[in-house]
Structures are given as C-alpha cells and as structure tokens.
Design a protein around this ligand. Structure first.
Ligand code: IPD
Ligand code: CA
Ligand code: CA
Ligand code: CA
Length: 273
C-alpha cells in the first residue's frame, strides 16, 4: 500500500470511530479562550492517527494540532500535518460540518492531501501531480470566475474588527454572495469542487490548510497568503485561495492597496521565521 493509500485508509477508520462514538457524552475543555474548544474526540482521533502512522512509518514526522506529534522545525523526510477535527465548534454544536484533514510533504514538497467530511462520508483526496478526487470521482480543473459572479467564504468576524473591516467589506460587497462554514478544511474542499470560488481568512495554522492546499492546487486553485506569497507547512499564515483569475483580481484590486497593513499584521502574528 502506498503512503497515500495508507493515509486515506486511516482517515476513513478515524471517521468511522467518530461516527460510532457520537452518541457518547463529550468531554469539552477550553483552550486559549472560552470559544476555543477541544473535546476528547479531537484528542483521541489525533492519538489514533499518530499511533497508526508511528506503527507503519516510524521514521515519518508528525505535526498535530492537539500535540500528539513532535516539535518539527524542518521539512526533511516525510512530514504529516494533521488536524484530527477541523471545525470543532461545528462538531460540538451541530455534530456535522467538520472534517479530518491531513497534508503530507516529502522533503518540503507536497506529497498528498486528504480531507474527510465525516458525517457526509465524503473523502476529498489528492496525490500531488495526479489530480484530486471526491471519493472515486476525479475533480475537474477549476474554471476562472470574476468576483461579481463569485461566492466567497469568509468568517464574518473579520468584518467586525476595526483593523480588517475596511479591507474585507469591499470584497463581500462586490461578491455575488458570502458564506461561512466553520471548517477551513471544508472551505478548501469547497473551493476545489467549485461550491465556492474563494476562501479568504486572516489566520490559519499549518494543520488547518496543509491538506486543503494540496487538494485545491491539484485542480488549479491558487493558494497563497494575502500578500500573494506561497504557504509553508511549518508556519501559520493568512490565506487567499481561489481559481487563478479570481485570485489575481482579489490580490490586485482588493488586497494589494492594504499591503502595508497586511505586512504589519503578518509580522505581528506570524513572526516565527
Ligand atoms: C478552526 C476552523 C475554523 C477557522 C479557525 C480554525 P479547529 O479549526 O477551521 O473554520 O476559522 O481559524 O482554527 O480549531 O476547529 O480545528
Ligand atoms: Ca482547535
Ligand atoms: Ca483546524
Ligand atoms: Ca482541530
């Protein structure tokens, strides 16, 4: 079994475990603030995935949101970047609209991405260079769109903050419509399947974007930060993902006038380099 096949198989198993345990009462804790939740299922799912990877590929390294992986500072060899439940708030409140997300890199290059929409049994996956799939169906390359006829996804919180309101409100105003799904991984999957045309957010961690980046790029989406720079799996970043024409329109017409501010935000928030 290839590493790609193995990744899909453990994600499906992890999803099955979540579905089976859904009727059990959750143990919910808060992390950085009262709305930043983690449950026993987030931790158990990550522990399961990490133990499976360690058993089969002991030399591979792992970054996981809930800390079962290692403290990784370089991209040598195989690197797994794992979000055991992306959309924990949806998981807690809705018991749906959450996903397991894995991005795998080899010597810093994209290798494979897997996103599993657990309750809808939809597996989005891609091996770099070999196209992306939803279950067994190949996903077509994205068509270019313009903002006026596009649906974008953005968390409305960014429109309530003084520092970002003037930057993002014109995008929402010009778009055909806006959505907010509460799972970054599903946002990437929805761009990859054309359900939305762009996903825009100011802060994601590597486990939020790694799987999605690999899948979306396989169908021709452009994935960058909001300064137009490439993402890397070791650093948190702002995010702009869209089909090529829309990505260019958003970057040139809406975000580049705010380059100075975006640079400042990046230096303040993502200064681990
Ligand atoms: C969160 C979700 C959410 C995004 C947050 C993420 P989590 O991940 O992807 O959509 O807006 O920035 O932290 O904590 O549910 O894995
Ligand atoms: Ca979290
Ligand atoms: Ca996440
Ligand atoms: Ca998570």
């Amino acid at each position: 079994m290839s590493i790609y096949q193995f990744a899909k198989s453990i994600v499906l198993l992890a999803g099955q475990r979540i579905r089976e345990e859904l009727s059990q009462e959750l143990i919910i804790e808060t992390k950085s603030n009262p709305n930043d939740l983690v449950t026993n299922m987030d931790k158990e799912t990550e522990a399961f995935l990490v133990s499976q990877i360690n058993e089969h590929y002991p030399e591979h390294r792992i970054i996981g949101e809930e800390g079962h992986g290692q403290d990784v500072t370089d991209t040598e060899g195989y690197l797994w970047v794992i979000d055991p439940i992306d959309g924990t708030l949806n998981f807690v409140h809705q018991q749906q609209n959450f996903a397991i997300s894995i991005g795998i890199f080899h010597d810093g290059k994209k290798y494979a991405g897997v996103i599993y929409d657990v309750m809808n049994d939809k597996l989005y996956h891609a091996e770099a260079g070999h196209g992306a799939y939803l279950n067994d169906q190949p996903l077509p390359v994205l068509k270019d769109t313009e903002l006026v006829t596009s649906i974008i996804s953005m968390n409305p919180n960014w429109l309530t903050k003084e520092r970002t309101r003037d930057m993002y409100a014109p995008i929402v105003q010009a778009a055909r419509s806006a959505r907010s799904y509460g799972s970054a991984a599903l946002d990437f999957a929805y761009v990859a399947t054309g359900i939305i045309d762009s996903y825009i957010t100011l802060r994601l961690h590597p486990w939020d974007f790694s799987g999605g980046m690999i899948i979306a790029e396989e169908v021709g989406a452009v994935v960058s930060n909001q300064l137009g720079e490439k993402l890397d799996p070791l650093h948190s970043s702002s995010i702009l993902v869209a089909n090529p024409a829309l990505h260019q329109e958003l970057l040139n017409d809406y975000l580049s006038p705010y380059r100075a501010r975006l640079n400042e935000i990046h230096q303040g928030q993502f200064s681990r380099r």
